[in-house]
Design a protein around this ligand. Sequence first.
Ligand code: F6P
Length: 321
Amino acid sequence: MAIKKIAVLTTGGDAPGMNAAIRAVVRCGIHKGLEVVGVSRGWWGLINEEVRILDRHFVSGIINQGGTVLKTARCPEFTNKENQKRGFETVKKNAIDGLVVIGGNGSFTAAHKFCTKYNIPCIGIAASIDNDVNGIDITIGADTAINTALAAIDNIRDTATSMERIFVVEVMGRESGYIALQVALAGGCEDVIIPEKKFELETACHEIVEGNLRGKASWIIVVAEGAGSAEDIARQITEMTSLETRAVVLGHVQRGGRPTSASRTMALNLGKEAVDHLLKGESDKTVGYTGGKIVSVSFAEAIKKKDLEVKKLYNLIKILT
Ligand code: F6P
């Protein structure tokens, strides 16, 4: 089937660089003679036929903006068969020949089911601050989020050192410890608590007390949100060590902001690649960067649990403490 019209949508949590990817899909699509439409609010927009034509002008001035101009949403309702059927009707009614889905692990799980069930050509663009797409080294937005969290940790370090305190800093990652591991390493933090690894608070407290006796008075422990609450952990540390401990929750600041050059250039190249993949008749896979090169990975592979090389990174963090 010849591809004449494509639709682009962003789903799941937004990631800085999604706008740059939309820009590339629209402009590269038009360059290839395609009509490009945007679906608002991810799968919700497909269910409710929120579709509009995107021209070159629509994507001007967004390359440097975080978030997504198409808007995005969590949409567990798209697992419902009736809603999937409504999504398919939107595709047919609007004569959409191919879909570009910009998102992460959850988005690709839905995309895989939808495109195989209704035989709709569909290509993903790996974008998520959690970097949770298997087979892809780094997703759009992850570099930006890490740098945002790192800037905050550097600030916390200043006050932690000056006031000789312990800090527990909670970063994003309900199911993934990626951001926590990266910022703990790059921020020179003393410990990290992530969903992928069992953590012994007693051992950590013992290390803190020993360090304190040696004259090491400040300590930063990074915790991924899926592995515990900074408030609880800080309170327990104070109880166990009698040392003053503060909790900081970085929260959604990590998801917004200007995309770094790495997130943008990745998004622009992948936007073009997604269009090319659809034109070549490819489907049911995502494009992304691995080993510094663009690769494509089947959705089935991309949604498997990603190996973060936790042991290696954790050991390095502890060696460098
Ligand atoms: O988009 C990924 C992510 O930011 C995770 O790191 C976090 O656990 C989750 O989304 C939070 O989602 P929401 O904003 O929907 O609560």
